[in-house]
Design a protein around this ligand. Structure first.
Ligand code: AMP
Length: 454
């Protein structure tokens, strides 16, 4: 299974807008606001007078598109996508939106999530004679739609009903925009409005940038269709239990976004407060691993009374740690990005808050860095439970054997990280903070809500 899923992971940002002059400008800005969800590459497709205009390129949005590109992307309807690193396969063909033509017209599709039965569907399609041009699981959706019978909406429902796993989608079919969320609701997708225009984004921070109003999160299993007749919603799928990805709160989402009716910043702060209340560590200061540990460190400081200090400064002009495909470069990446401030750390007992430990590499480097800057004691405080299982629903995590907490006790991880202590948030506390049911906790529990045996 590992090999299959290593090839088919997708983790991304989506943006779509219907009926606004020079739509490409808004898609461009929306994708920029969502840059944290994927930095490997990006793409925009717009529609004007029966023609798709498209550009996909590697790298960050602001570098991938220049003024002429945006001007050339004509039309008042557009969708866009940021792609996250997968297994180092950064070829252009895997960038989205994917486009294709079939008997009913043209289709462009952008996907956030991971379809767990994509591989078996793909193998079946290939044995029936289908030809694939990417190794992304998203392409199976286009094939399935093209092979159904009936109207486009019937085909869409027929195709999507065959999928298992995580799929938030924005899609253009000719002049119609669709926004879709899978029946389990794994990945976020929100609707906004900007004057008379309707827009969709993975996170509400994209609406803030373009001045749109956040209307609501899509419901699980909802299809929203936007065309010249207006905005129509339908829920054609069998209803399923809700499994929203709790790791979005822990790490992935931007703290200024509203996600599933919660402000991400608030959730992270409450996690920090909870950690402080459970802590029995004596320390002088609390610091964060920037940026993702910041809100929890502030919460920790507020609840414990320990002063919050900027003990580590981040260089923002480097991609996220996971972007680099090989281990040796990843190690270098930590040094490139984070610099300890010895004036702050020297001779101090330090609580350092980070969002999660995945492989353990970052924590080990950070502890070393803080000690070298003169700290007397380093106590790691982790704003999530131990990550013991890989995600198969759209977060890029390594295989189980690479996850340090899958095979090591907290004592062993503490020793490996060379920390004086490590405190994790408990799963029970996390559930209490986010409100319990309705979430997927598989990376912490191994309970995969949608079967992987497909
Ligand atoms: P490591 O334990 O060295 O593998 O890295 C852990 C750090 O990577 C955490 O502190 C997070 O900030 C970050 N992180 C956690 N999950 C992910 C992910 N899925 N993609 C990229 N970075 C992540």
């Amino acid at each position: 299974m590992k090999d299959i899923f290593d090839k088919l992971h997708e983790h991304c940002a989506l943006f779509g807008i219907y009926d606004i002059k020079e739509a490409s400008n808004y898609v461009y800005l929306g994708l920029h606001a969502l840059q944290h969800r994927g930095q490997e590459g990006c793409g925009i497709v717009t529609r004007d007078k029966d023609v798709f205009y498209k550009k996909r390129a590697r790298g960050l949005v602001l570098e991938a598109f220049d003024k002429t590109d945006i001007e050339n992307l004509k039309g008042s309807i557009g969708i866009g996508h940021n792609r996250y690193i997968t297994n180092g396969d950064s070829s252009l063909v895997n960038l989205q939106p994917l486009t294709a033509s079939f008997d009913l017209g043209d289709i462009a599709i952008a996907h956030n999530g991971n379809i767990v039965n994509a591989y078996s569907i793909r193998q079946k399609l290939i044995s029936d004679g289908a030809i694939f041009s990417s190794n992304s699981d998203t392409e199976v959706i286009i094939h399935l739609i093209a092979r159904q019978k009936g109207s486009f909406d019937e085909r869409l429902v027929g195709a999507l009903s065959q999928l298992k796993g995580a799929f938030s989608l924005v899609m253009l079919f000719n002049d119609t925009l669709y926004a879709i969320k899978d029946p389990w609701g794994f990945r976020p997708l929100a609707m906004g409005e900007l004057g008379d225009a309707c827009c969709f984004a993975s996170e509400t921070c994209a609406f803030d940038l373009i001045g749109a109003k956040f209307v609501r999160e899509l419901e699980n299993g909802e299809i929203i269709k936007v065309d010249k007749y207006g905005v129509n919603s339908f829920k054609p799928f069998k209803s399923e239990n809700s499994y929203r990805c709790v790791f979005e709160y822990i790490y992935f989402a931007r703290p200024d976004s509203y996600l599933w009716d919660n402000h991400v910043y608030e959730i992270r702060k409450r996690i920090g407060q909870k950690l402080a209340l459970k802590s029995n560590v004596d320390a002088d200061i609390v610091i964060a691993v920037p940026d993702s540990g910041m809100p929890a460190a502030i919460g920790y400081s507020q609840a414990s009374g320990l002063p919050f200090e900027m003990g580590i400064i981040r260089n923002h002009y480097v991609g996220r740690t996971f972007i680099e495909p090989t281990d040796s470069i990843r190690h270098f990446g930590v040094k490139l990005k984070l610099n300890p401030s010895s004036d702050v750390l020297n001779n101090k007992r330090v609580v350092v808050v980070d969002d999660s430990i995945v492989r353990g590499t970052t924590s080990r480097r950070i502890v070393k860095m803080i000690r070298n800057a003169g700290a007397k004691e380093v106590h790691l405080c982790i704003a999530s439970p131990p990550v013991t299982h890989p995600c198969f629903y759209g977060i890029d995590t390594p295989t189980k054997s690479e996850l340090i907490a899958s095979s090591h006790t907290i004592e062993e991880i503490t020793k490996y990280a060379t920390a004086d202590s490590i405190a994790y948030l408990s799963l029970e506390d996390l559930k209490e903070i986010v409100g319990g049911s309705g979430y997927c906790y598989a990376c912490f529990s191994g309970n995969y809500p949608v079967s992987l045996n497909v």
